[in-house]
Write a protein that binds this ligand. Structure first.
Ligand code: KMH
Ligand code: ZN
Length: 276
């Protein structure tokens, strides 16, 4: 690792549940507000400074319900100090109106995908006017956006939003690699994206499935931050399911320490991301 990155604290984000998986596919997935809050607290104790939050309804289906987001955030805050980043991506097919709802539930951060992209056999739609509306609402409510980059043009679109005053610097990007139909999880793609980041930006890597930890290691070496969690990957190792999100976080935290980088607390993360 380049010595200039040593000692830079690592932000670990844990994406606790997502919108796609079911209990049939992922038996240890937290689903209820209580289960998600317990999982967030365990992830926080293992080193996560941020939790990326989707919620589910009583049947375990993904929902954008403001009430369920609010309840889940309250339960998380009762248990630990972690930055809650709500998803505005929701599930494929959610309406724009529904995807705005989590912003009303009192989060410190929110995801902001700045373009449309194939997502498996479906399309994750993010037309520019909707992206602008999300960014504007985040700014009004003092919510820090994390710019989600599933494809290269999304990075530039995030920079344009900042130039237009819709996002306040410092910008924070999450480079999502390995979604079928979007950018593959390769070092070449990662280097290309890093090369296009504006100065002063921070960035993490969220790699999907079996790429989660190999790409996390690369991110650590290149001075980036790391996202892990069951939304993106449910295996601790090949063939071994993670029973808890905290196990995935603990593995990322151990990798960070091996790379000579301390793990940031939520308070340190707020400072690094300029969250007041
Ligand atoms: N569930 C995906 C369609 C986000 O949270 O901002 C979108 C997603 C991105 O998970
Ligand atoms: Zn998500």
């Amino acid at each position: 690792m380049s010595s200039k990155h040593r000692k830079t604290p690592v932000l670990i984000t844990c994406a606790l549940v997502g919108a796609e998986l079911t209990r049939e596919q992922a038996p240890y997935l937290p689903l209820t507000p209580e289960e998600i809050a317990v999982s967030a607290a365990e992830a926080s104790a293992a080193g996560a400074a941020i939790v990326h939050l989707h919620v589910r309804d009583a049947q375990g289906r993904p929902t954008c319900s403001e009430e369920i987001f609010r309840e889940t955030i309250r339960k998380i805050r009762e248990r630990c100090d972690v930055i809650v980043q709500v998803s505005t991506g929701g599930a494929i097919g959610d309406s724009d109106e529904d995807r705005m709802r989590p912003l009303e539930a009192g989060p410190e951060m929110a995801s902001l995908t700045t373009g449309s992209v194939n997502f498996g056999d479906e399309v994750f739609l993010n037309p520019r006017p909707f992206v602008v509306a999300l960014a504007r609402r985040m700014k009004e409510r003092g919510i820090k956006p994390e710019i989600e980059v599933f494809d290269a043009a999304m990075l530039e679109a995030g920079v344009v939003l900042a130039e237009q005053g819709l996002i306040e610097p410092p910008l924070h990007f999450d480079l999502v690699l390995g979604v079928p139909g979007a950018l593959a999880a390769t070092e070449r793609n990662l280097d290309f994206l890093i090369g296009g980041l504006p100065s002063g930006a921070t960035w993490s890597v969220a790699a999907i499935g079996r790429h989660q930890f190999s790409m996390a290691r690369m991110a650590l070496e290149k001075g980036g931050h790391v996202r892990v969690g069951m939304e993106d990957n449910i295996y601790l190792e090949k063939g071994i399911l993670a029973r808890f999100n905290a196990e995935l976080v603990a593995k990322a935290a151990a990798m960070a320490r091996e790379a000579g980088r301390p793990v940031a607390s939520a308070a340190e993360a707020r400072e690094m991301l300029s969250i007041s």
